[in-house]
Structure formats: C-alpha cells, structure tokens
Design a protein around this ligand. Structure first.
Ligand code: DC
Length: 223
C-alpha cells in the first residue's frame, strides 16, 4: 500500500499534535512532532547560560545531538542522550522557543533532520512549515485553525495535566505573542500552503477532526 506524507500545520493549540498522533495511530504511520525539536534547541541554549544571540545559538546547534525516539508512550525527545521530553514543555522554553526558532541556522538544521526522517513516507508530521517548506510536495496538507479562546482553553488544560498551572489570561497572552512571532518571522513563517485543506477545529471533537483527516488520507492512499 502507498505510504504517503501527511503535513499538519497550524498555530499553537489548534489541535495539531492530538490530531496528528491519532491519525498516525489509525494509519499505522509514524507521528513526528517538530515543535519538540525547536524546543530541544531552546532548552540547550537556556542550559548553556549564554545570552540570546544568533551567533551563540548557531554555535550551540553545531555541538548538540537531538534525537526523537518512538516509544509505546509516544515520541520522546532526547538532547545529548538525555530524555528531555518533560523539560521542553516548561514555561521558560515556551517563552523563548519562538525567537530561537526564527533563527536561520536553527531552521536549516531542523528542516534537514525532518526531511530525513520523513523521506520514505508513512509519516504524519506536525509543525508550522511542514506543508510550505519541509515537504512542499506532501501528498496531503492540512492547516488547522481554532478560535483563540478555544486554543487557550485546550493549552491551559494540557499544561495543568503536566503540573503547570497558569491563568486563562496568561495562557491566552502567551498564545497571542507566539502567534505574532511565528507568523511574522522572515524565514518560513506560519502560513497556510496554497494547496492545504483548512480545517477549523473550534467545535469539533478529537474524533471528528481525526476522522476527517483519515478519510482524506485514505482517499489518496487508495487512489
Ligand atoms: O508546536 P509547539 O508549540 O511545540 O512549537 C513550539 C515552537 O516551535 C513554535 O512556537 C514555533 C516553532 N516551530 C516552528 O517554527 N516550526 C515548526 N515546524 C514547529 C515548531
């Protein structure tokens, strides 16, 4: 059976990771969360104690090893051999990840890794630039959106499940800041690819949004 590449892009909290994970499970595909890679770079820089500058971060990029391992519990992210899956979700990383991911050398290195991981197909990759830059020829491109209120509600719940308690207003402000950064950066900004299918998940259940993507994928696979 044909093994396709599915690109899922959209802003934070639009439902990308949940949808991508569930779609991958149903199709027996590999799910790759590319945001985790940018978070791992950000964590490496924070741990280095260096000031924020393109030069420092580009130097760090040359000397770190980021690995994604697929386990029964999902994707685990490793930085220089240590499991950092929990640490990359901490508020400090979330605060800095947008500026770090706007740096050219960071994007070049991550995009190369992502292309390598996905080149044989059978993959669902989520991020901001998967359909526009990483895999512009992806077989299926989905661009997820949702209202800011709904996205903040989801993000707040997700954070509280991992022990991080922030007010609704704080989460919403963080999302808005990140939206502006991610959509206005010069290098591969968050934007819908012309041939991506727009899906508003504001009033959809996880099951509904997963089914919509799986059905679109099956049509292409069985073509
Ligand atoms: O999906 P996430 O919230 O974990 O992503 C964290 C940040 O990483 C996001 O604010 C922008 C950046 N990112 C990116 O620039 N390109 C991607 N393909 C994925 C994430």
């Amino acid at each position: 059976m044909k093994k396709i590449i599915i690109a899922i892009d959209g802003p934070s909290g639009s439902g990308k990771s949940t949808t991508a994970r569930e779609v991958a499970k149903k199709l027996n595909y590999l799910y790759i969360d590319t945001g985790a890679m940018y978070r791992a770079v950000t964590l490496a820089w924070i741990k280095s104690g260096n000031e924020f500058s393109n030069e420092t971060i580009c130097e760090i990029i040359k000397n770190i090893k980021i690995e994604l391992k697929i386990t029964d519990e999902g994707q685990k992210t490793f930085l220089n051999g240590s499991d950092v899956s929990f640490d990359i979700r901490k508020p400090d990383v979330t605060k800095w990840v947008s500026p770090v991911s706007a740096i050219d050398c960071v994007r070049t290195a991550m995009v190369e890794m992502q292309r390598n991981i996905g080149k044989d197909g059978g993959i669902v990759m989520d991020g901001r630039d998967i359909g526009t830059v990483v895999f512009p020829n992806a077989d299926l491109k989905i661009f997820l959106v949702a209202s800011i209120e709904e996205r903040a509600k989801r993000r707040q719940k997700e954070l509280s499940q991992s022990g991080i308690h922030l007010s609704f207003e704080e989460v919403m402000a963080q999302l808005e800041t990140r939206d502006i950064y991610d959509s206005s950066r010069a290098n591969s900004p968050l934007k819908k690819a012309a041939d991506a299918i727009l899906l508003d998940t504001s009033s959809l259940t996880i099951e509904e949004q997963t089914d919509k993507v799986v059905n679109l994928a099956l049509k292409i696979i069985n073509q």
